[in-house]
Design a protein around this ligand. Structure first.
Ligand code: MLT
Length: 251
């Protein structure tokens, strides 16, 4: 029996973030890559969508599919949600893969920035936000050597809904520090980041890997914030190795 891998995209993106990972990872796992509430094809939105609300949505989706236990693999906001899942229903979380993310809460300044992003999404529109955000999500090497990635990410952001973007931004501002959840997570755990991630300092990934009793850290070279799509071959090999070592069952 393959384990079930739940791929959770970042902000403000959709499940197509995982397009270059799903085929390779499907060899090792049952892969579920949903759109999070308000993004992609998931049309419901509210004023503020907390990480807890996304986690509840995901458990409901798993219930509907009859899936009991999963390994959430979340990138950035997806990582915040993966940690909320581990807090909400720990018995259903068999392992954790936390990519380009952090377990600590926002500073007051970061929260203020979230309110500005929410306001900008609603008033300036997604095309403006996409132009400003997309270059920051990619590492310098990707921007230089894989120029096709930038228009793809910019288009992915531009097609998201402003209300969903605002709701997610305000929801991220409310998230608590979940480092204690990691400290008590006694199951296999992998922390992945990129050495050119301009949004998450390497120290946040190091701290998470230390907090996790079975935490292992992999830093992907020449990758920025979207390590899964910037260096898909390395990302896929890293996750495949983790699944093979911790979740493969004979027969
Ligand atoms: C993301 O990629 O999901 C965002 O960078 C998360 C955040 O803004 O904290």
């Amino acid at each position: 029996m393959h384990p079930t891998l739940l791929l959770l995209h970042g902000f403000p993106l959709d499940h197509t973030l995982w397009a270059s990972n799903i085929p390779a990872l499907s060899a090792m796992a049952e892969v579920i890559a949903p759109d999070l509430r308000g993004f992609g094809q998931y049309r419901a939105t509210d004023e503020v969508t907390t990480m807890e609300a996304y986690a509840s949505d995901l458990f409901r989706i798993l219930d509907e599919r009859g899936v009991q236990r999963v390994i959430p693999c979340g990138l950035s906001m997806g990582g915040y949600i993966a940690m909320a899942m581990a807090e909400q229903q720990p018995a259903r979380v068999a392992g954790l893969i936390l990519c380009n993310t952090r377990s600590i809460a926002d500073t007051a300044e970061a929260r203020e920035g979230r309110r500005t992003t929410a306001h900008d999404a609603r008033t300036k529109g997604m095309a403006v936000l996409a132009r400003a955000m997309a270059p920051k999500l990619l590492g310098a090497s990707t921007r230089r050597t894989r120029p096709d990635r930038l228009p793809r990410i910019e288009a992915m952001i531009a097609r998201q809904r402003p209300e969903a973007t605002a709701a997610a931004s305000l929801g991220m501002a409310e998230r608590p520090d979940r480092t204690h959840i990691l400290r008590h997570f006694e199951k296999p755990a992998l922390v992945i980041t990129g050495d050119e991630d301009e949004l998450m300092p390497l120290t946040t990934s190091v701290s998470m890997a230390h907090a996790l009793p079975q935490g292992r850290l992999v830093v992907i070279e020449q990758a920025g914030h979207l390590s899964n799509t910037e260096r898909p071959e390395v990302f896929n090999a890293t996750v495949t190795d983790f699944l093979g070592k911790n979740f493969s069952q004979p027969g």
